[in-house]
Design a protein around this ligand. Structure first.
Ligand code: ZN
Length: 342
């Protein structure tokens, strides 16, 4: 029998391991040890297709208490469509393994891992973990999606944050298929900044709050990862006529927090995804008896993209996050459509 002369796709190397074309493997990268010398590992799953294509990392829990992304990755890895993958998918459901085990956003020394990039082999614990993640995962990829939630006691409408100065990144951000895309500049020490410096296009997805799972957010994030994978040619396009088009995406270049003008117990009068107009009440703040009511007015027209979820507030605490858009009516309709698709 004639043997195929087509060359095999080169193996994918990660850590000390070699993953052959056509192989799917779960592996552990050694990070550090606990005080009692118990070794700690970064869990990774690699699907290295026989067919050439992009290399995409999907990561979650860089902030250890942000769990929606962990669930999104679990569901992504269970998709039957991955049998038709082109390229290489590297899934890292828990990047900040320390914070995850502690139900904390931070590293044991209170550092924020998303300010430790690109890291260095001789730096702090966070810096070393960031360096390992960059070297073994990010730098072997052409694209990346990093999954986040709001901080503890804050919830976010599903949204994509990306640096839209690069037109291809903007296209990916819109393809993700959530209505709200926030142009956010790169921050020093963030994974997105470090990836960009290496020429890797990456998006950040945010939705829901820390330490909670939110079904609507999880579905939006999973659909977004799959849409990006189809767009960059890692998965076949959907052909079914029954497939609903995702909502249109709109870019906001300005967002701001409304802060509590008084201390007390705040009660939100609106919800994430609501359209709000200048002068209308967003929340009321009362004393413990329900008296001394004061209203918090909306300072500018916009869409609520996030808010605090814990009622006691001090004067100055950030309570409602609002994004401005050129066409608020269309953005609101797209948000309603996203909620119907849940
Ligand atoms: Zn985060």
């Amino acid at each position: 029998m004639a043997r195929s002369t087509k060359p095999m796709r080169a193996a994918f190397r990660i850590g000390k391991q070699r993953i052959e074309a056509g192989e799917r493997r779960r592996l552990q990268l050694e990070v550090a040890s606990l005080y009692d010398y118990t070794p700690l590992y970064l869990p990774v799953e690699v699907i290295h297709s026989r067919r050439e294509g992009p290399a995409l990392f999907v990561s979650a829990a860089i902030h250890g208490d942000e769990l929606n992304g962990v669930e999104i990755i679990q569901r992504l890895l269970a998709r039957p469509a991955l049998s038709r993958l082109r390229g290489t998918l590297i899934a890292v459901p828990v990047v900040n393994i320390f914070g995850f085990n502690d139900k904390s956003r931070y590293l044991p020394d209170r550092r924020d891992l998303n300010r430790c990039f690109p890291g260095s082999p001789g730096g702090s614990l966070g810096s070393r973990l960031a360096r390992l993640f960059m070297k073994e995962i990010v730098q072997r990829c052409s694209h990346g999606i990093d999954l986040h939630t709001g901080a503890v006691h804050r919830t976010n409408l599903p949204q994509v944050r990306a640096s839209l100065d690069d037109p291809e990144t903007e296209e990916l951000a819109k393809v993700f298929g959530v209505p709200v895309v926030i142009h956010s500049r790169l921050r020093d020490g963030s994974l997105r900044e470090a990836a960009r410096k290496k020429g890797i296009r990456s998006l950040l997805f945010e939705g829901g709050e820390a330490l909670r799972l939110d079904e609507g957010v999880i579905r939006a994030g999973l659909a977004g990862c799959l849409a990006v994978m189809r767009h960059i040619g890692m998965l076949p396009q959907l052909r079914s006529a029954r497939t609903k088009a995702p909502p249109e995406a709109f870019v906001s270049r300005e967002s701001f927090w409304v802060r509590a003008p008084h201390s007390g117990l705040f009660k939100l009068l609106k919800a994430a995804g609501d359209r709000v107009t200048k002068g209308e009440p967003l929340a009321r703040i009362t004393d413990a008896f329900g008296g001394q009511e004061k209203l918090v007015e909306c300072p500018e027209d916009g869409i609520i993209i996030g808010h605090a979820t814990i009622p006691p507030v001090n004067r100055g605490d950030a309570i409602v996050h609002i994004a401005g858009f050129r066409n608020l009516g269309r953005v609101k309709r797209a948000i309603d459509l996203m909620e119907e698709l849940d």
